[in-house]
Design a protein around this ligand. Structure first.
Ligand code: GAL
Length: 451
């Protein structure tokens, strides 16, 4: 046998064994990874339980039905949310986007006053919502949540009284988990007790987050708090915040007054556009009493241009999203105020018909960033947003066919940002020149419809 034949035999078997070894590694790696992840997850959970010592297995199991009957249509009717709130999307302010954890009662008091003296309260912004970081890291000896003494020394009840005195409403925040995202105690297993605490404090709105949960489905955990809120004598708007994880639009209409359809917004054009698209998928599921929530407004926080913020506000209004201001309204720039106080755009959001507008046209390929969003309003009217997501100015056209109007219907065109009515009637399309990363918003009123 020649050396070269021997070598080639060796080479073949070497290659073959390497091949099998690689295949073996590929097969084993995910299994090892999964086992490792499970061990790490269990360790993390146990350490959470020990650290916060608020997880009480029996209590959680007894307050949470083992058989989620409310997921059957019959159960839905019996246990469904029926608190009479949110007939139009909620409007107000929330602390998180601007302040994060740096909140205290002075900020909340001053924000409430600012809502009143700027006139924003009169335009409908009436919820003053405290987000994460308002509570002590430990419950009291009776298991009650306690306002953080260093930052909320007067307590939440005093805050609620003051805010009610201004004609506004107070919102608070908790979590369907062992603790909140910023590690104050969560309400999992304490639903009845915490709902009663919020009701005693005369809170009007609860945002209910999803951090550090027990890995059971949100469909199981969120109705527990709904039932707890319903069992108090207080009407509390219930805002579900499970980040769209389990397609809440499909089930949350019977559970909450609004549900987040997305992850957290970032103060950037790309984030805002992405969230609008994600929220758009669920348009069919929104309506009076229950709204899709693509997260709170970033208008005024500085990460987008004025035109970009105008689009942000316009598309949020058109999608019937909650209009929760997320900037420091004690220090509003005139251009921010001009956007947030546009009564005609707010009117679209608060229209009593309560139908979520949606994307009705997207150009193909190079023109895919030129879009038409639209939806029906009361009185036979139609709202239209010509939205240019590209960098360069372009003409965008919406035909009556795009908008679901009968061809030849004469309409009056009202420009909601210029506050002007177009001369004459349009009969089969509207078209406008739209700057890059900007939009134009109109209401079309058919001439034949009496309002
Ligand atoms: C996130 C939530 C945010 C904010 C934050 C507070 O889960 O989506 O809107 O509430 O928690 O920690």
């Amino acid at each position: 046998m020649s050396t070269s034949t021997e070598y080639s035999k060796f080479d073949k078997s070497y290659k073959l064994s390497t091949f099998f070894f690689v295949i073996l590694l590929l097969c084993v790696n995910p299994i090892v990874g999964r086992i490792h992840r499970r061990v790490v997850d269990e360790e993390a959970e146990n350490s959470l339980k020990n650290r916060w010592s608020i997880y009480n297995e029996e209590e959680t199991a007894s307050t949470r039905p083992k058989n989620p009957q409310w997921l059957t249509p019959q159960g839905l009717n019996r246990l469904g949310l029926n608190n009479g709130l949110g007939l139009t999307p909620p409007m107000g302010w929330n602390s998180w986007n601007f302040f994060g954890c740096n909140i205290n009662e002075t900020v909340i008091f001053e924000t409430a006053s600012a809502l009143v003296f700027t006139g924003l309260a009169d335009l409908g912004y009436n919820y003053v919502n405290i987000d994460d970081c308002w509570a002590e890291l430990e419950r009291d000896e009776d298991g009650n949540l306690v306002p953080r003494k260093s930052t909320f020394p007067s307590g939440i009840k005093a805050l609620a009284d003051h805010i009610h005195g201004l004609g506004l409403k107070l919102g608070i925040y908790s979590d369907a988990g062992f603790y909140t995202c910023q590690k104050q105690p969560g309400s999992l297993g304490y639903e009845m007790q915490d709902a009663q605490t919020f009701a005693n404090w005369e809170v009007d709105y609860l945002k209910y987050d999803n951090c550090f949960n027990d890995k059971s489905k949100p469909e199981i955990r969120y109705p527990v708090m709904r039932n707890a809120l319903n069992s108090t004598s207080r009407q509390i708007f219930y805002s579900i915040c499970e980040w769209g994880r389990d397609d809440p639009a499909k089930w949350a209409g019977q559970v909450g007054n609004s549900w987040r359809t997305t992850g957290d917004i970032v103060d950037k054009w790309s984030s805002m556009v992405k969230l609008a698209d994600e929220n758009d998928k669920w348009a069919d599921f929104a309506g009076p009493g229950g709204w899709n929530d693509p997260d709170m407004l970033e208008v005024g926080n500085g990460g987008m241009t004025v035109e970009e913020y105008r689009s942000h506000f316009s598309v949020w209004a058109l999608m019937k999203a909650p209009l929760l201001i997320g900037c420091d309204i004690r220090d509003l720039k005139p251009e921010t105020f001009e956007i947030l106080s546009n009564e005609e755009v707010i009117g679209v959001n608060q229209d009593p018909l309560g139908v979520q507008g949606r994307r009705v046209k997207k150009g193909s390929w190079l023109r895919s960033k030129l879009q038409v969003w639209s939806g029906p309003l009361s009185g036979g009217r139609t709202v239209v947003l010509l939205w240019n997501r590209g960098l360069f100015a372009a003409n965008i056209k919406a035909t009556w066919e795009d908008l679901g109007l009968s061809s030849g219907t004469p309409v009056i065109v009202r420009d909601l940002w210029k506050h002007e009515t177009w001369e004459g009637n349009s009969v089969d399309e509207i078209e406008a020149r739209v700057h890059g990363r900007a939009s134009e918003m109109f209401i079309l009123t058919p001439q034949t419809t009496t309002q």
